[in-house]
Design a protein. Structure first.
Length: 526
């Protein structure tokens, strides 16, 4: 088994991605989480670049890390300045990090045209920087920037740069596909040549500009690299970095002969992915391999029929191996198999006529703008209606919403609902921050005395999508509401040309689902 070191740069390279920002506390929390999973290196940032990164390294010294080494990132010394006098070098020493990662120029073009230094001075900058940190007792990882472009443009000089870093004391030379434009076969060939030229181990660091960062990372490892650098979920500048989630999953589950993290931690990859999305305040990528919500979601009727018989017929791994789960979706593309899976909890799957009736109703409603993929609760109510088992807990008589501006500035919203519970007529009014909030408040005010369980329900998300944009302001809208109680989260849906009515339909479904669930739980067991 070859042990592959996992080097995470989410906190530095990942934070350079558009819309990605981590607070100091976020950085400390992610460091602890990565350490718990067995990551080998965590790059915390560049302490000279901003105060937050400098504070991170001070705080990180107090963390009790079991496996991970925290790395401070920096560049080679500036031209004309000795390493011990360079501000960047000083900041890395003051960070207290025992491991420093230094980036230097491999390409003669970048040395001459970007740094504007001679090729000899570039080599001296590399040597002096690495040697200085080694003299200060620091471990040095050398990131060879633009490595593949430099190797292809002037192989002899590229070899000199990395050999200089190794001779000065770097413990690892990392081959960086900085522009993300190299193909897997090139990566494999050049990394193999680099391994043969160097007396120290080699790593791989790939960007995703050609959608090949994961493939390129695996090609580099296959060619002899023992360390892979990347970010969680592939976040990073431009098109991002190699997604360590996919790299780790492929090495642990798809390729033979490699060891990464701790074996039991592979099942936590989905949790890790979503943890980072939450920290960065980014939306989940549903189609993300291995850990996305859609990675093991099945919609086509033929697919669902097959996985009902043999799960691996349309799944390359058991989703539980990465902490994910199988999902069966329902839509106009579905067949009876989808309906049977989704209605199994109702014990109706053996009624073929009912299955066809439900499927026909789903097709009709989806043609009208409904989508049940994110509205399982509304689908459950639909099943009950088709089966004739639906028992509404209240009767809707009337609702209206008033939005008015007072004194030309302050906007207030008021909702009125008229309902009937059993033989009792209910009429309640409530204000809210908007029409949906006001409707929700009025509904609860009217129903909570009869149904105390509603006090546990919270509205946690609200989404609106225009369906037929060609109709302009007369277009239909689809409203999806997510609600939760202490046990679960559920989605409901409403469709109408009127956004308030669509919201009302989804709100009523949410409450009816909760009341139906409460009624079932209160029934005595046989």
């Amino acid at each position: 088994m070859r042990r592959i070191q996992i080097y995470d740069t989410t906190l530095r390279d990942g934070s350079q991605g558009e819309g990605v920002n981590f607070s100091l506390q976020d950085k400390l929390l992610l460091t602890q989480r990565l350490d718990e999973l067995g990551f080998d290196f965590i790059e915390g940032g560049y302490p000279l670049s901003n105060e937050k990164d400098a504070q991170f390294f001070q705080k990180a010294q107090g963390l009790k890390l079991a496996t991970a080494r925290v790395c401070a990132f920096g560049m080679t010394r500036r031209k004309g300045v000795t390493a011990d006098q360079d501000p960047g070098m000083k900041s890395l020493i003051e960070s207290g990090a025992k491991t420093v990662t230094i980036v230097g120029k491999t390409s003669d073009f970048h040395a001459l045209e970007v740094l504007r230094v001679s090729l000899e001075e570039n080599l001296a900058m590399i040597h002096d920087t690495v040697a200085y940190f080694r003299s200060q007792g620091r471990e040095v990882i050398y990131d060879a920037e633009h490595f593949f472009d430099g190797w292809k443009g002037n192989r002899a000089y590229a070899v000199k740069t990395v050999q200089t870093a190794a001779a000065a004391g770097a413990s690892m030379i990392v081959c960086c596909d900085t522009n993300g434009g190299t193909l897997p076969e090139e990566i494999h060939k050049i990394v193999r040549e680099a391994v043969a030229e160097l007396p120290v181990p080699v790593g791989i660091h790939c960007h995703n500009d050609c959608e090949l960062a994961v493939a390129n990372s695996l090609a580099g490892i296959e060619a002899g690299a023992i360390q892979v650098q990347g970010t969680i979920n592939g976040v990073g500048e431009r098109c991002g970095n190699a997604d360590l989630i996919s790299v780790i999953a492929n090495l642990a589950l798809k390729k033979e002969g490699y060891e990464v993290l701790r074996p039991e931690c592979i099942e936590k990859l989905t949790d890790l992915s979503r943890f980072v999305y939450e920290l960065a305040n980014l939306n989940y990528c549903n189609s993300q391999p291995f850990v996305g919500a859609s990675a093991f979601a099945h919609k086509g009727g033929m697919h669902v029929h097959a996985i009902n018989r043999v799960t691996h017929s349309y799944e390359h791994i058991d989703p539980a191996k990465v902490g994910n789960e199988r999902r069966v979706l329902v839509s106009e593309l579905s067949g009876r198999s989808n309906i049977e899976v989704l209605t199994s909890k109702h014990n109706l799957q053996n009624d073929r006529k009912l299955m066809d009736k439900i499927l026909a109703e789903v097709v009709r409603l989806e043609n009208d703008g409904y989508q049940f993929e994110a509205a399982q609760a509304s689908f459950d109510l639909l099943v009950q209606k088709c089966a004739g088992t639906y028992q509404p807990h209240f009767e809707r008589n009337k609702f209206h919403v008033i939005v008015e501006a007072r004194d030309g500035n302050e906007v207030t919203t008021e909702a009125t609902v008229k309902l009937r519970v059993n033989d009792q007529a209910l009429h309640e009014v409530a204000e809210g921050d908007g029409p949906v909030n006001a409707l929700d408040a009025a509904l609860r005010k009217a129903l909570q005395p009869a149904f105390p369980c509603l006090k546990d329900v919270q509205l946690v998300d609200y989404k609106v999508r225009v369906i037929n944009t060609e109709a302009a302001t007369a277009a239909k809208v689809r409203v999806v509401i997510e609600s939760r109680d202490e046990h679960e989260v559920w989605g409901t849906i409403g469709v109408s040309e009127n956004i308030i009515e669509a919201s009302w339909i989804a709100l009523v479904d949410s409450i009816e689902y909760k009341l139906a669930k409460a009624s079932q739980n209160s029934k005595p067991h046989a």
